[in-house]
Design a binder for this molecule. Structure first.
Ligand SMILES: *Cc1c(COP(=O)(O)O)cnc(C)c1O
Length: 232
């Protein structure tokens, strides 16, 4: 059986190759190892191999798992955050990838003010249109960005997307290009800096790196197949 350490090495090598192909510096790209459904022991194996950045998509699962693991590990939240989980989540995660509505951002801002937190967030773009449930449509984001930027406790650092599931990695390319283009135009129009693009999963992270991803979220290629559950 291939070890988690070997998987991490292979994925890192693929990131390096994709960066080279696109003429990008590899140190602009961070690998977020997605640990959802996998037990703490497997995360510990990755940590012992030297990996430090991990991602979870459910607050309840993260609350059980994170305290069992070394405290130097860094955690990102990559799922859909429910309003009633915000308070717990704020103290666990250093970056929230999937902030997908103005209402959620406002509620995070309110609770962060109460708790003295300053969450860093990425805004999720709904690239698939009707296909995926969560995220801002491009036009909505343009209409609401002023209100989002006005939330004093939130540090908005970029965009995130989850393209529709496809057989071919290449099918994701146009969505990654679209999100990068949206980022570039928002930066210009609103005079802001959105340095991060969270794009790419096991299926398509090499393409995402070629198209400008700074954070790739990879689970299966590192930890193996997940046990099936109702919904992610
Ligand atoms: C599960 C998950 C991933 C990782 O998916 P893999 O296909 O296993 O690499 C990435 N991003 C999000 C938001 C996820 O929920």
């Amino acid at each position: 059986m291939v070890s988690i350490a070997e998987n991490l090495e292979r994925v890192s090598e693929q990131i390096t190759q994709a960066a080279a192909k696109a003429g990008r510096a590899v140190n602009e790209i961070e690998l977020v190892a997605i640990t959802k459904t996998h037990p703490a022991e497997k995360v510990r194996e990755a940590a012992e191999a030297g990996h430090t950045l991990f991602g979870e998509s459910r607050v309840q699962e993260a609350r059980a798992k994170i305290p069992e693991l070394p405290s130097h590990l860094r955690w990102h939240f990559v799922g859909h955050l429910q309003k009633n989980k915000i308070r717990h989540a704020l103290s666990l995660f250093e970056l929230f990838h999937g902030v997908d509505s103005l209402a959620l951002a406002q509620e995070m801002n309110r609770i962060a003010a109460e708790d003295g937190e300053r969450p860093r967030v990425l805004l999720e773009v709904n690239v698939a249109g009707e296909g995926s449930k969560f995220g801002f449509k491009g036009e909505t984001l343009r209409a609401e960005i002023g209100s989002l930027l006005a939330l004093p406790r939130l540090s908005i650092e970029g965009l995130m997307c989850i393209p529709p599931l496809a057989e071919e990695a290449e099918a994701s390319r146009k969505f990654f290009v679209q999100v990068r283009g949206l980022r570039d135009s928002l930066e210009k129009e609103f005079d802001v800096k959105f340095p991060h693009l969270s794009m790419g999963m096991t299926q398509d992270f090499s393409v995402a790196v070629e198209e400008g991803a700074t954070l790739v979220r990879v689970g299966t290629a590192i930890f193996g197949e997940r046990p099936k559950r109702r919904k992610d």
